[in-house]
Write a protein that binds this ligand. Structure first.
Ligand SMILES: NC(=O)c1ccc[n+]([C@@H]2O[C@H](COP(=O)([O-])OP(=O)(O)OC[C@H]3O[C@@H](n4cnc5c(N)ncnc54)[C@H](OP(=O)(O)O)[C@@H]3O)[C@@H](O)[C@H]2O)c1
Length: 275
């Protein structure tokens, strides 16, 4: 007698655009039920309807992940809907470009809440359920700037370095158990990320993304990661050289770095004039 395997559920944060939306489509196509999380409800609703029209399963949970009580509410809602999800994809995040001292303090704190605290908090909330069930995979969407920190993105680089260290420590803690934890170190990706960074106050014009891969390429890597779990995946793969660049040529980047920001005066009132 054929017994159908239960459908797996993936909770995806930052699913209203870019990598998260592409990952929602990709995982739904691969037969997972996806729970889509972000602030913009209408975007989530449209994606959910698109996935369902294509024969997939999707539900939405609007939430602002910068707020601890919203993260707790999300957890409780997911418990009621599906119990413990099989997959947690911590993808929500944003960037800001400019001199650190020009970064509005509120933006720095918000970045820590979304890029760092939400990842910590959701992992802390959902991991025990996965441990009790003895299966689960947590995937954190990091960035190459976590291992190749850059001028102009001080807090962003630090937030993604945090994800690298957080994932590695947790991976080692869970080694030998059936649980999986991975970090995706992506290079530039075509999404709304750069436009959103441009629109935040106090920053310099964000340099255009060069050599960007598509959000769909990152989503495929995330899908493949579920089938072939690894601690780290680079997208594109050539970026596995990036940590070596930092080790071997970090001193060159130290000297070149300020030149890239010196086009703009320190303390200028408006940096976004050529948006
Ligand atoms: N684009 C790149 O070049 C690049 C490279 C490496 C890594 N990454 C990482 O990839 C991840 C996804 O970025 P993306 O490129 O797909 O950018 P994106 O298109 O701007 O998507 C960002 C997602 O995060 C969500 N988000 C932001 N703040 C949130 C909050 N307070 N609460 C809930 N959701 C929030 C946004 O949804 P709402 O606005 O609807 O809330 C959106 O769905 C980020 O972690 C980013 O750091 C991006």
């Amino acid at each position: 007698m054929k017994v159908d395997a239960p459908i797996k559920t993936a909770l995806i944060t930052g699913a209203s655009s870019g990598i998260g939306a592409a990952t929602g489509r990709e995982l739904a196509q691969r037969g997972l039920r996806v729970l889509l999380v972000a602030r913009r409800q209408e975007r989530l609703q449209a994606l959910s309807e698109e996935i369902q029209a294509a024969g997939g399963q999707a539900q939405i949970i609007p939430a602002d992940l910068s707020a601890p009580d919203e993260r707790q509410r999300l957890f409780e809602q997911v418990q009621k809907m599906v119990g413990s999800p099989d997959v947690l994809i911590n993808n929500a995040g944003f960037g800001w470009y400019g001199y650190y001292t020009q970064m509005p303090w509120e933006t720095a704190l918000e970045m820590l809440q979304v890029n760092v605290a939400a990842v910590m908090h959701l992992t802390h909330l959902f991991l025990p359920g996965m441990q009790a069930r003895r299966s689960g995979h947590i995937i954190n969407v990091g960035s190459i700037s976590g291992s190749l920190p850059n001028q102009g993105i001080v807090i962003y680089s630090a937030s993604k370095s945090f994800l690298d260290a957080f994932t590695t420590s947790l991976y080692r803690e869970l080694f030998g158990s059936p649980l999986r934890v991975s970090v995706v170190r992506a290079g530039p990706v075509t999404s709304e990320f750069y436009q959103n960074a441009r629109e935040r106050p106090g920053g310099l014009p964000v340099p255009a993304e060069r050599f960007a891969v598509s959000a769909e390429q990152v989503a495929r890597s995330i899908g493949n990661l579920l089938q072939h779990p690894r601690r780290v995946v680079y997208v594109p793969g050539v970026l596995r050289l990036a940590p070596w660049l930092e080790i071997l040529f970090g001193w060159v980047i130290d000297r070149l770095g300020p030149l890239l920001l010196k086009r703009y005066p320190h303390g200028a009132d408006s940096h976004n004039d050529d948006k």
